[in-house]
Design a binder for this molecule. Structure first.
Ligand code: SIN
Ligand code: MN
Length: 205
């Protein structure tokens, strides 16, 4: 379903068995050797998600990408798993776009998780100018997602991102504002054994 030129909501994209496999990977990664953490951003506020970057680290203090988590624990960012890269490529193609992802921001939202309205604009100028898409994959509890215009004051549309949904925004939609107002707890498919929500955003720097 096309939400706006260049923005597609692919409902129920991932069947439950594929969701289970990705949930397993997300869990292992976020609880792994280089774990997820709650970023503290520029103004000093804590984010309302637990984050783990893969492939390139997004620094919440500088809003730049780097190979070392210099705003947190000085550890090297874990690599982007090839299954994540392949998934991004496949989903972008379903929306008629191409994406050779080299990074993923994996976020875990608990029942109180949320993310303010923002643009994804920290990737390279070249990637942004070309409108290389961001591919988002949702797993677990449903999120109330806002999708607006390229200016903050423009009206926003609210939609529900459910487990297995993909959302792609590229081309003229690449710099549209978006955010998550709330998590609808207890809505994850029981087969996942997950409370809360994982969201993967796959991007090309
Ligand atoms: C993000 O904008 O980085 C995350 C969006 C989402 O969780 O659906
Ligand atoms: Mn974003």
């Amino acid at each position: 379903m096309e939400i706006a030129p260049g923005a597609f909501h692919l409902k129920g994209y991932l069947p439950i068995e594929r969701q289970r496999a990705f949930v397993g990977s997300c869990r292992a990664l976020i609880e792994g050797e280089v774990p997820g953490y709650v970023p503290v951003v520029r103004g000093g506020g804590k984010m309302h998600v637990r984050m783990l970057c893969l492939g390139r680290h997004w620094n919440g203090k500088t809003y730049r990408y780097e190979p070392i988590r210099s705003d947190y624990d000085q550890r090297e960012v874990p690599p982007l798993p090839s299954a994540f890269r392949d998934l991004a490529c496949e989903i972008a193609a379903s929306a008629g776009m191409t994406l050779d992802a080299d990074l993923c921001i994996l976020n875990y939202y608990d029942a109180d998780g949320r993310m303010g309205l923002h643009q994804d604009k920290d990737e390279s100028e070249r990637s942004l100018a070309a409108g290389v898409p961001v591919v988002s994959v949702s797993l677990g509890d449903t999120a109330r997602f806002l999708f607006g215009g390229v200016r903050r004051r423009e009206p926003v549309e609210a939609l529900l991102l459910e487990s297995g949904d993909a959302f792609v925004f590229g081309g003229p939609a690449r710099l549209r504002y978006h955010g998550v107002t709330r998590i609808v707890s207890g809505t994850a498919p029981p087969e996942l054994g997950l409370s809360g929500r994982f969201n993967l955003t796959l991007r090309q720097y």
